[in-house]
Design a protein around this ligand. Structure first.
Ligand code: PBG
Length: 324
């Protein structure tokens, strides 16, 4: 008989499959995005992200305690201020909602928790852009950098372990590194949204944070064009050279080629953001009974790890950590 190979031998039993599994997924690989709102008495469900809430400080603390018990790797905070203005001044106010949440969580959990904060202005500006908008509607890169620095320093001062610039301004990582160091925050980590694409998959997130971009605008002037692959390596190289400690690809499942490229090109820890639209699609199809939601979520998260991500920001963090 023709001597063909028999890879199926290694798949015969669950124990054998476990023995030869190449990729692992553990709760510590997962980072939970969480929303905290100023001026609410009760947590408010986010309809576009079933199972998620705009938290109060109290409900946020309870949720972080639950996630820590499950062993998740960290949490990343997004804030909803009651006051928005053209520059997003609540982003760096010492009593701004993100800063208050960081202080509360640090006080409650000490260093058992890895606290991350999204460093971007869109939740705090009245026009919904990630920076200073000029009269012609474009975003002024260099004027925006100074605001990111103020925001990152305020987050570090409030106890963030990690600041995560997500605005895709050129030079943002270097500016933030210099600004943090100048204020004595040499140990604060920068996780750079290095390759962040202008994606239609952020839709549910914009409802979660109550952000509409003014005049039907979009972010294609600063986020990457999803036609481009080499450009992601360039963006990541700039961030690593400017001092990024962790780099990120966003979104995740539609960008696994980029995850692999960055894994191969750099030796810093690599994160991928399984974004709101990726979560919402699974939840919506599962609610129809068309797919097995947790099974699809697990398959996607393992695929992101297989492509090379060390850690995954995902709205499934709590749900999947419970299963693992
Ligand atoms: C910017 C930011 C966004 C997300 C994370 N940080 C929105 C955007 O770029 O428009 C999206 C995350 C998601 O969709 O889950 N502050």
């Amino acid at each position: 008989m023709f001597p063909f190979e028999r890879p199926r031998r290694l798949r015969r039993t669950p124990a054998l499959r476990r023995l030869v599994a190449e990729t692992t997924l553990a709760p510590r690989h997962l980072i939970a995005p969480l929303f905290v709102a100023e001026g609410r008495d009760e947590p408010h469900p986010i309809s576009s992200l079933p199972g998620h809430f705009q938290h109060t400080l109290a409900s946020l603390t309870t949720e972080v305690g639950r996630l820590l018990d499950l062993g998740v790797g960290g949490v990343i905070l997004f804030g909803l201020p009651t006051h928005k203005d053209a520059v997003g001044s609540q982003a760096w106010a010492p009593d701004g909602i993100i800063q208050r949440a960081l202080l509360t969580l640090r006080e409650t959990f000490g260093h058992d928790v890895v606290l991350m904060a999204d460093t971007c202005l869109d939740e705090f500006t009245d026009h919904g852009h990630c920076g200073i908008v000029r009269d012609d509607g474009t975003v002024d890169n260099d004027a925006t950098l100074a605001l990111y620095v103020q925001m990152a320093v305020a987050q570090a001062r409030a106890g963030a372990d990690v600041v995560a610039p997500s605005g895709m301004m050129d030079g943002q990582v270097g500016a933030i590194r210099d600004g943090l160091d100048a204020e004595g925050f040499e140990e604060t980590i920068i996780m750079a949204y290095a390759a962040k694409y202008a994606s239609a998959l952020y839709g549910p997130f914009r409802e979660a944070v109550d952000v509409q971009i003014a005049d039907g605008g979009d972010r294609r002037g600063y986020q990457q064009d999803y036609s481009n692959r080499r450009e992601a390596v360039r963006e990541a190289r700039l961030d690593v050279d400017e001092g990024a400690d962790i780099i990120m690809v966003k979104p995740a499942v539609t960008y696994l080629d980029i995850v692999r490229d960055l894994r191969d090109a750099f030796d810093v820890p690599l994160a991928a953001y399984h974004v709101s639209g990726e979560y919402a699609m699974i939840k919506a199809a599962a609610a129809q009974g068309w797919i097995d939601g947790p099974a699809v979520a697990l398959e996607q998260l393992i695929a992101i790890r297989r492509a090379g991500a060390d850690m995954i920001l995902t709205y499934f963090a709590g749900e999947i950590a419970e299963l693992l």
